[in-house]
Each structure stands twice: as structure tokens, then as C-alpha cells.
Design a protein around this ligand. Structure first.
Ligand SMILES: [Zn+2]
Length: 263
């Protein structure tokens, strides 16, 4: 979708919050996530690659995510240019996570070549999918972006540790639907930027990987912030009650570079 069409949709969504769900790009309205995969048992992560021929990469791929983030090589990259405006809250229980959809034009620019990616939404994992030197966090947030020219993804990941109450997460978690397939559209404005570590703590791991759910597509530029944000224990528990376990286990890093960016 080009920028003008997206903006037209976003404008329509802003004018009619209830319509936003139907207008949100790329997702079936209302239904639970199709596909029959899960995080445990016969349809769990070790079986994903055999459940559907289109998901073979989940097993056969060599650049899979998540990974354990250790032994990173210090590097330097231009600060990611994050432009995420506040947006009306459209929130869905997909059956596998709580997903917040991007209802405004939000972008992230990465690297010196200035590649820009458009946010499609963000969602949560409990516990974290990535680990740092073998240690995980209670939650991980994935801010999903697609290449504006098509074909590639960039995901910014933020760890959440137990600590102070997080007001932005509170707004989101108070609205999260308990039933798979449920979707809500609220006029409440959500500022996704407030879910990032502070500006002076934007150090991040960077590597090339995949989507962490089927079809496990290997076209993802990962940016994982080293500094976690905080959420109160009761906020983490509220999410964990709905999703006791929605994290794919770590995959081998193999021959990939793992970089640690200082800005
Ligand atoms: Zn994710």
C-alpha cells in the first residue's frame, strides 16, 4: 500500500474509530488468528515447519528468531529515526497474543542508507522471546514494521522487567479483550513512543533474523533495545493470565553477526 492510500485509510479510521478495525490493513477482521499453530503440544514451535508447506522455513531456515543475545560485536549505527505519533487504540486478542494495530502513519528509519519502515502494529510476548546471556524478561514488546517498498520487515523489540507501574501499558492492558477473536476500537490515544527506553538508553542489539511465528519469514532486521522498560508485577500477571506462555524458544545464531550499537 502506498503512503497516500495508507493515509486515506488512517484518516477514515480516525474519523470513525469503530471502522478502524475493518480498515486495518492485512488482517482478517474479527476472527481468531487462522492457521492452527500454537505455543505448545502437537501444534507447538517444534512442529510449525511441518504443519503447512508454506511454513517449512520454521524448521529448515538458518536465520531464525528469537536468539540468545550474547557475545555481540560492538558497532555503530545511526540512531534509529523513530516517528511514532499517538494513535487511537485498536486492540485485538488474536488467540496467540494481544495486538495493537497501527491506526496512524508511523515509521522507523534504520541505518545510514535511510531505509524506512512503516509500523503495522505491536504485540506482546510472555515471557520474552529473546534472552540476554541466557536470561529472559517477563515480557517483550514487538513493534512490527514493513518495508515501504514491500518485501522486508524491521522489528524493534523492547524488554519489560518487573518494577514501577507503566501508565501506557495500563491503558492498553485495561482494554485488552479476554476472548480470542475479540477486537475493540477506542478513541483513547496511545503513544507507542512511551513504550521505548529513554532517549539516552537506546543502545541496541542488531541482527538479521525471522518472524517468530509462522511462516517464520527470514527477512527481518531486528533491533532489540538492551535497556528494559518497567511494568508493575500486577500488570505482568494480567497479561500472563491470558497468555501463560506465548514465546518461541531461542534458535541457533549460526553464522550470523550479532552487533551491539552505541549511539
Ligand atoms: Zn512477536
Amino acid at each position: 500500500m502506498d503512503r497516500r492510500r495508507f493515509l486515506t485509510r488512517a484518516a477514515a479510521a480516525a474519523a470513525c474509530p469503530v471502522c478502524a478495525a475493518a480498515l486495518a490493513p492485512g488482517r482478517p477482521a474479527g476472527a481468531a488468528e487462522a492457521g492452527g499453530w500454537s505455543y505448545g503440544g502437537a501444534t507447538g514451535p517444534t512442529a510449525w515447519g511441518t504443519l503447512d508447506p508454506a511454513w517449512r522455513t520454521c524448521t529448515a531456515g538458518e536465520r531464525q528468531s528469537p536468539v540468545d543475545l550474547s557475545g555481540a560485536t560492538p558497532s555503530m549505527m545511526a540512531t534509529p529515526d523513530i516517528d511514532w505519533p499517538a494513535m487511537p487504540l485498536v486492540i485485538a486478542n488474536t488467540g496467540n497474543t494481544i495486538a495493537v494495530e497501527a491506526t496512524a502513519y508511523a515509521t522507523m528509519g534504520l541505518g545510514l542508507e535511510g531505509a524506512r519502515y512503516r509500523m503495522t502494529g505491536f504485540h506482546f510476548h510472555h515471557p520474552s522471546e529473546h534472552t540476554v546471556e541466557g536470561r529472559g524478561f517477563p515480557l517483550e514488546i514487538h513493534f512490527m514494521h514493513e518495508d515501504e517498498l514491500g518485501g522486508g520487515f524491521a522489528i524493534a523489540a523492547v524488554f519489560v522487567r518487573s518494577g514501577a507501574l507503566n501508565p501506557t501499558l495500563q491503558t492498553i492492558f485495561q482494554a485488552m479483550p479476554a476472548q480470542a477473536g475479540e477486537r475493540l476500537s477506542l478513541p483513547t490515544l496511545i503513544p507507542p513512543r512511551r513504550l521505548l527506553p529513554p532517549d539516552d538508553e537506546r543502545e541496541s542489539f542488531r541482527y538479521q533474523g525471522s518472524l517468530t511465528r509462522p511462516p517464520c519469514t527470514e527477512a527481518v532486521r531486528w533491533l532489540v533495545f538492551t535497556h528494559p522498560i518497567e511494568a508493575a508485577p500486577e500488570q505482568i500477571e494480567a497479561f500472563a493470565r491470558l497468555f501463560p506462555m506465548n514465546a518461541r524458544p531461542v534458535q541457533p545464531l549460526g553464522r550470523r553477526y550479532l552487533l551491539l550499537d552505541f549511539f
